[in-house]
Design a protein around this ligand. Structure first.
Ligand code: NAD
Ligand code: TDX
Length: 351
């Protein structure tokens, strides 16, 4: 039985990763360590919280002493590190919290792993979940990020993720820590905090609120269904080559305005409104400073080495996602009211 520490497991991607590991890997004890910021929500994991191979710990990855205690008490064999400040707009208004959590928090986990595994690194693994935004951006005319693309982060968020990636690689080179990094494109799916484009706009369309499209909506993102990302993480964690980087992408580029019109079309249809009637909600607003123009991922290394491929088409994934938000109005209401924070802070008092 191996003991796997998953950080940030109460967040969007983390909750899908935790559920997948708890349900399909009974050979692992999953320890979910999350401080429950505004983005962490244990309601995302209600269905698995009583499983015998699952433990939740409310703690801050920056709290080095507590992280060391967790390594010792739970005899951690592997780490899948997702805890982070993840929203680009927040990083523009408050870069300090991004440097603290994403860089110092990652360093705290690396240092604990290095100390705890010092006598025997065999079979151990420190896996950092990172983003394609570390590579900067691409022109609309073409090109793809590969694992060899030079780092050129533009936002405080991507700079902090680039910094954490560099620390992870430095611990491999300097101390021999067994590490893997994956850099993924934009995820979408159930349980994403409604500050990100897709859940924010689905909610606003339902409520007849304006849809704030930055600039002219020409920026392009490569969208991947979150369960396909979780499946890639599972494969890379178990079969990836130590010291390697893997790019993960959806091979599914859309301009923001194209995506917003598709969301409107589907939500209108599902709500019984004339399709496209909510387009009047589109409101062009001042662009995000330093807004990356286009992301596109070449994930052929992951496909060729480990046989991964996405199983959800965009049409299937986006309809499934929209139906989930429409069928879970209580989740959205609680998240937007902040009620869940009060509830879970009572259950798990602490920092
Ligand atoms: P999220 O914001 O939904 O969740 C982050 C989680 O981390 C939350 O549960 C939060 O409580 C926890 N957390 C934050 N600070 C913490 C701290 N100091 N100590 C312990 N826990 C803390 O993020 P997400 O979108 O699920 O992203 C997860 C990871 O994947 C991040 O590392 C992000 O950079 C990366 N990533 C995200 C995307 C995407 O499209 N969302 C794409 C590529 C990579
Ligand atoms: O209100 C909005 N209006 C708008 O036009 C919001 C919230 C976003 N946008 C644009 C900005 C981006 O071009 O939509 C696109 C997607 O925006 P976000 O959902 O904020 O995602 P992005 O900035 O691309 O970053 C995401 O993908 C990579 C995640 O938040 C990161 O954590 C991940 O690393």
């Amino acid at each position: 039985m191996k003991n796997i520490l998953i950080t940030g497991g109460a967040g969007f991607i983390g909750s899908h990763v935790v559920r997948r590991f708890v349900n399909i890997h009974p050979e692992y004890n999953i320890i979910n360590l999350d401080v429950l910021t505004y983005a962490g929500n244990l309601a995302n994991l209600k269905d698995i919280e009583d499983k015998p191979n699952y433990t939740f710990i409310k703690a801050d990855i920056c709290d080095f002493d507590t992280v060391c205690q967790v390594f010792g008490q739970h005899a951690i064999d592997g780490v899948i590190h997702l805890a982070a400040e993840s929203h680009v707009d927040r990083s523009i208004s408050n870069p300090f919290s991004f440097a603290r959590t994403n860089i110092m928090g990652t360093l705290s986990l690396l240092q604990a792993a290095r100390q705890y595994w010092a006598d025997d690194m065999n079979g151990k693994m420190f896996y950092h979940i990172s983003t394609d935004e570390v590579y900067g951006d691409l022109p609309l005319s073409g090109g793809y990020f590969t694992e060899e693309t030079t780092y050129r982060p533009h936002s405080p968020y991507s700079a902090s993720k680039a910094g954490s990636d560099h620390f992870v690689r430095a611990f491999h080179t300097t101390y021999g820590l067994p590490i893997i990094i994956s850099n993924c494109s934009n995820n979408y799916g159930p349980c994403q905090f409604p500050e990100k484009l897709i859940p924010l706009f689905i909610n606003n369309i339902c409520q007849n609120k304006p849809l704030p499209v930055y600039g002219r909506g020409e920026n392009v993102r490569d969208w991947l269904y979150v369960e396909d990302h979780a499946a890639a993480i599972d494969l890379i964690f178990r079969q990836g080559k130590v010291g390697s980087t893997y790019n993960i992408g959806g091979n599914n580029e859309r301009s923001n305005i194209e995506l917003v019109k598709l969301l409107i079309q589907i939500v209108d249809r599902l709500l019984g409104r004339p399709e496209g009637s909510s387009e009047h909600l589109i409101t062009y607003v001042t662009d995000r400073p330093g807004h990356d123009l286009r992301y596109a991922i070449d994930s052929s290394k992951l496909r060729d080495e480990l046989g991964w491929q996405a199983t959800h088409s965009f049409e299937e994934g986006i309809e499934k996602t929209i139906r989930w938000y429409l069928n879970n109005p209580d989740w959205m209401a609680h998240v937007t009211s902040g009620e869940y924070l009060n509830y879970y802070n009572k259950q798990y008092p602490g920092s």
